[in-house]
Design a protein around this ligand. Structure first.
Ligand code: C5P
Length: 233
């Protein structure tokens, strides 16, 4: 695989976290990043500010949407919320990693959508037992029939998921290019390291959002992701 081919493989696996406070700002980032990014994460800030219309707009523009609402509630509400996210067009939704929540979320899917991912541990939390926790959540995910886990881009966490079931997908936030500010993130990984460790998708927010040139920052991250893919063959 050439570097260019590796970038083409990496491109659909980069998710930009649209952590902004209004629909207007979000639309501006989407327009600027559209040449390279087609998968966008809507978290609590933007969902509260701009609502479901933002999801519908992104889907209408042909983009993929990861609705990161980290749902935690009684089983009936979890199932109905997941079903509503699917109807809205979200491809991925996150829930808390508790057996009853995962089970209800899996049952809420309609026609296999949306994909449900469990948040194992926030990447802003330092943890000496992250791999143990991740392995436990992966076991729950398999038992409940959900699609994957949100984990740090560390080789031992991703390996812990794959050891339980290689079919579980892995999305990694807390990604920081070499030399960038970790902010409040603790369990960080570089784009190259996370891809080399086997991540399916990387979530990147501030390193792109706060860059003087967000498109150039996204391109540099894609180049780093490509290096990671090439390094693991
Ligand atoms: O700006 P930064 O790249 O740190 O953004 C990371 C994004 O991923 C944020 O939107 C955050 O809410 C989300 N996230 C995370 N850790 C998790 C799950 C989601 O940082 N475990």
């Amino acid at each position: 695989m050439t570097h260019e081919e590796a970038i083409a493989v990496a491109r659909p696996r980069l998710i930009f976290a649209l952590d902004v406070g209004s629909a207007a700002e979000a639309r501006e980032y989407v327009a600027r990043l559209a040449p390279e990014v087609s998968f966008f994460k809507i978290g609590l800030e933007l969902f509260i500010a701009a609502g479901p219309a933002m999801v519908e707009w992104l889907v209408g523009e042909g983009h993929r949407v990861f609705l990161d609402l980290k749902i935690l509630d009684i089983a009936t509400t979890v199932g109905r919320a997941v079903a509503a996210a699917g109807r809205l067009g979200a491809e991925v939704v996150t829930v808390h990693a508790e057996p009853a929540v995962l089970d209800a979320a899996a049952r809420g899917k309609v026609g296999g959508r949306p994909q449900v991912f469990a948040v194992s541990l926030l990447t802003s939390e330092a943890c000496d037992f992250a791999s143990d926790r991740v392995a436990k959540v992966a076991g729950m995910a398999v038992a409940c029939g959900i699609d994957g886990l949100i984990v740090a881009g560390h080789a031992e966490e991703i390996a812990a998921v794959r050891a339980v079931n290689p079919a579980l997908a892995v999305i990694c936030p807390g990604i920081r290019p070499v030399g960038s500010d970790p902010g409040d993130q603790r369990r960080v990984a570089t784009p190259a390291a996370a891809m080399a460790a086997g991540a399916d998708y990387l979530v990147v927010g501030r390193p792109i959002r706060d860059a003087a040139d967000p498109l150039a920052a996204a391109q540099a991250i894609l180049a780093e992701m490509a290096e990671g893919l090439l390094a693991c063959g």
